[in-house]
Design a protein around this ligand. Structure first.
Ligand SMILES: [Zn+2]
Length: 250
């Protein structure tokens, strides 16, 4: 799926899909996700997109296989799935190995999302070994493919985590910061976390020529980063949970 126009890439981050309404801010209706895919496919076919949307999923929820896989096939789109290795076949509502293999067999990219979803910035050396090296080894062994992409649980990373990722053989590191990238870019790659209330119309504005919506999100991210620095990681996380719940109930 190389793009000869070399449009800027904007990786979108999804989590779960549902056929009923959930309170979880990142659990999206399948019908809304289908609208997103229809828009992305239409823009790609028109090849007039100034920003090319790419689809990613974090965590390895069952719905990645049950709902996302057939919808992606229907729209002839490829995605990335970042799997939490220790949850596969171990945690209710998450993928089993057969389902993970089906995602890979359909041509989608498979990446790592840690072993236990621990924030990598909170892991000691032994923890990083498990979350990075053991995860990569298990995914490669079970899926028979080379794994070089990783997305950070909770979007958290620092210089120590980046060193450990490089040592563990990861070359493409997906963040949760809304930044565009160039096709095939190595190193840190920005992503935009998509909430369940994000309409296709909003997405169209996001990918539009003038980039106003995207620049607004980048500014918001700068505010969030400044807040995190001010409050510390844990205080920020609890504040963020409160804000998310309030918005999800609205
Ligand atoms: Zn996650």
């Amino acid at each position: 799926m190389q793009n000869h126009h070399a449009a800027r890439q904007l990786y979108l981050l999804y989590h779960e899909l549902h056929t009923d309404t959930r309170a979880y801010a990142y659990g999206m209706d399948t019908s809304r996700f289908a609208e997103h895919l229809a828009l992305i496919a239409a823009m790609r076919n028109a090849s007039s997109e100034p920003v090319q949307a790419q689809i990613t999923f974090d965590d390895g929820h069952r719905s990645n296989h049950d709902y996302a896989l057939p919808l992606l096939r229907e729209h002839n789109l490829q995605a990335w799935f970042f799997l939490t290795a220790g949850w596969i076949e171990q945690r209710a509502d998450y993928l089993d190995w057969r389902q993970a293999a089906a995602l890979h067999a359909a041509g989608h990219g498979i990446g790592a999302h840690g072993w236990s979803h621990a924030l990598l910035t909170h892991c000691n050396a032994a923890g990083l070994q498990k979350e990075l090296r053991d995860t990569r080894a298990l995914l490669e062994d079970r899926l028979g493919t080379t794994i070089t992409a990783l997305s950070f649980p909770g979007g958290r990373y620092n210089a120590r985590v980046l060193d450990a990722c490089a040592e563990a053989g990861y070359t493409r590191l997906f963040t949760s910061r809304p930044q565009t990238s160039v096709p095939g870019q190595d190193g840190l790659i920005g992503r935009l976390n998509i909430r369940r209330d994000a309409t296709a119309e909003w997405l169209r504005g996001l990918l539009a020529e003038d980039g106003t919506v995207l620049r607004g999100l980048e500014r918001q991210d700068q505010v969030k980063t400044a807040l995190k620095r001010l409050l510390g990681d844990r205080a920020y996380a609890s504040l963020w949970r409160v804000v998310n719940r309030a918005e999800a109930d609205a």
